[in-house]
Each structure stands twice: as C-alpha cells, then as structure tokens.
Design a protein around this ligand. Structure first.
Ligand SMILES: NC(=O)c1ccc[n+]([C@@H]2O[C@H](COP(=O)([O-])OP(=O)(O)OC[C@H]3O[C@@H](n4cnc5c(N)ncnc54)[C@H](OP(=O)(O)O)[C@@H]3O)[C@@H](O)[C@H]2O)c1
Length: 313
C-alpha cells in the first residue's frame, strides 16, 4: 500500500510516499481502508522534531491521526464493528499512521461515520473536534447559559469549538480576523472580536478557550468568572496539565489538556453531526501524493477550518 513516511526530522520534503505492507488486524483492532485523512499542526510539529520527547526519534515515522473510511478487517474480540462499516477515528497509534491507504487502530477509538458527512468532511473531525469537546466539556465544565470566549475561532479546532460551545447552550464570543468574520458568524458565534483591531480580553467569561496560545495565562485568568477556566492548546508557564478523570479542577484555573481518544466521545460528535448541529469547514483538499504541499500550507497557520487529504475518496 501507499503511505507517507518520514525518514528524518525536517521540512515537508522529508515526507516521501513509500510502498509498505498492508497492516493486519490484531486482537482488539480493526483495519480501516482510508478514504480521507486530515492534517493537524501536531503532525508537522512531530515531523520537525519538536515533539521528540513524546513521539520518539525512531525512523521511519508515520504521521496522521485522523481517518475516515471503511472497515476492511476485524481482529479477535471486536464485536461492535464489522467489515464494510463506514467509520471514522482519531488513531491511537504513536504519531497516528493514517497518511496511508490502510491503517490498523484499536476498535475502542472507532465510531460510526456521521451519515450526513462525506469521508472528506468526516476525516476533518476527530482530532480537532475531540480536542474542542474535551476542553470545553471536561476542563471548562461549560454549562447552558454561560459565556465562552473562543480564541482562534476560524482554525481547525476553533471552527468545531464555536459549534460545540453553542450546542452546549453557551453564549459564544469568537476571536478572529476580519477576513474570517462571516465564516465564524455562520458557525453560530453570537459576538465577534477582531483581534487585530479590538481588545481581546475586555469582559468576563466562564470559559476562555485559546487555540492560539495568544494570551498570557495570568491575564486571561483575571477575565474569568469565579468558577471559570482558561483552557489553552499551547503550554506556557503557569498552565497546569489536565488529565480528564484524574486532575481535580480548581476554580479559575489555567489548563493544557492531555486527553486520549474514545469512541464514546466521538459518538457525541457523530450525534451532533447527524442532527445537523456540527459541520466541517474544509480549507483545502490535497491528494496523499501532495502531502508535502499540505503540510507547508498548514505551517502557514492561516488555514480556515481543516486541511484534508483525499486518499480513496
Ligand atoms: N493540546 C492538544 O490536544 C491540541 C489539539 C489540537 C491542536 N492543538 C494545537 O492548537 C493549535 C491550533 O490548532 P488548529 O488545528 O486549530 O490550528 P490551525 O487550523 O492551523 O489554526 C489556524 C487559524 O488560527 C487563526 N489565528 C492565528 N493567529 C490568531 C490570533 N492571534 N487570534 C485569533 N486567531 C488566530 C488563523 O486565523 P487568521 O488567519 O484569521 O488569523 C487561522 O484560521 C496548534 O498549535 C495545535 O498544535 C493542540
């Protein structure tokens, strides 16, 4: 099968298309025929060597955490999925391995693909959508009627975070640039702050969800309601690592989330998508062979929504 492979750390050019053996489904796993994958900034951070302490320095490395496709094989002990099922997942493999024609993943991270989303649209969801869901729900503890500030609302994570916060019944203020104002409004934001022209932190919020890491944590914390939380996707001094189910949340705390994917959480997103309450904003589509261009585009950090890789779709 074709797969994108990195043989060293470096620029986009270190990713090459290789011919590799197809994976087999071990006990507890399924093999998915990949119709689409997507690019997340963590992919190029791993490729550059920025994340070597977490993802290792052994080569070749196989990137790509998102997959939407069709179950091709089922390992022993997997009862809930069968060959032919349309599914999507945030891979639990180290570095992901989804930039390929086939990928084997644990069945416990695989959920039914939303009927109303194409494989391209579904492949955009898992990593970014779960990041938004877990940050707002488990760390932010966002409640109906509360106020959420979403910084970076036009990006891969932000486009889902705006919709999810709205689905949770919050009043959503989105921070974006003028060129993305209408996009963010169309996702359901109630109020918009243009970060180039306006003060971002002017009011009080129950959750400040910062996908950009543009705020100093202590300053953001001063703009929280007493039980609020500052949740950032970029670690910085003064921000605590939050592990769902382990960390005890402190009122007014500042957190970076360490989460693991589950089918149960992905099914929450499937449910919203099936109800028409969650959609994917697709910035651009690339073929697997154009993976170098796809990474270079993601590295501009100007994507509007998600960059998707078409593999079989
Ligand atoms: N910890 C985790 O689990 C986790 C998970 C997912 C992502 N992340 C991290 O979160 C970050 C964001 O990921 P992503 O996929 O959303 O990235 P992305 O799609 O590349 O984000 C690009 C967007 O950010 C916006 N942006 C840039 N600077 C901004 C600013 N100062 N204020 C508001 N918006 C701004 C851009 O809009 P304009 O062009 O209009 O500025 C663009 O639409 C990355 O660093 C990623 O590695 C962490």
């Amino acid at each position: 099968m074709k797969a994108a492979v990195c043989y060293e750390f470096g620029g986009p050019e270190v990713m090459q298309i290789a011919d590799l053996p197809e994976p087999e489904a071990e006990a507890g796993q399924v093999v998915i025929e990949v119709h689409a994958s997507s690019v997340n900034p963590i992919d190029w951070k791993i490729r550059q060597g920025q994340m070597a302490s977490r993802f290792g320095e052994e080569f070749p490395q196989r990137l790509g955490f998102d997959v939407s496709g069709i179950v091709q094989a089922v390992g022993d002990g997997v009862a809930e999925l069968k060959v032919g099922d349309p599914v999507y997942a945030r891979s639990n493999n180290l570095a992901g391995k989804c930039y390929a024609e086939y990928v084997a993943v644990d069945a416990g991270v695989v959920a039914p693909k939303p009927d109303g989303l194409s494989h391209v649209e579904a492949a955009a969801v898992p990593l970014a959508g779960l990041t938004a869901l877990i940050g707002l729900r488990d760390v932010g503890c966002l409640q109906q009627g509360q106020r959420a500030l979403i910084i970076g609302a036009s990006g891969g994570v932000g486009t889902y975070a705006v919709q999810i916060a709205k689905n949770m019944g919050a009043h959503v203020t989105a921070v974006t640039s003028a060129r993305n104002r209408e996009l963010v409004r169309s996702l359901g934001a109630h109020a918009i702050i243009d970060y180039a022209r306006e003060t971002v932190l002017a009011e009080q919020y129950d959750v400040i969800y910062d996908t950009v890491g543009s705020q100093v944590a202590a300053e953001a914390q001063r703009h929280l309601t007493p039980n609020g939380a500052y949740v950032t996707l970029v670690p910085q001094p003064g921000v605590e690592f939050f592990v769902p189910g382990e960390t005890v949340r402190q009122p007014g705390g500042a957190y970076f989330v360490l989460w693991t994917p589950t089918a149960a959480d992905l099914r929450v997103l499937t449910g919203w998508a099936d109800e028409g309450l969650l959609r994917s904003v697709i910035d651009s589509e690339f073929s697997l062979e154009d993976i170098q261009e796809a990474h270079a585009h993601s590295e501009t950090q100007r994507a509007r929504g998600k960059i998707v890789l078409r593999v079989k779709a």
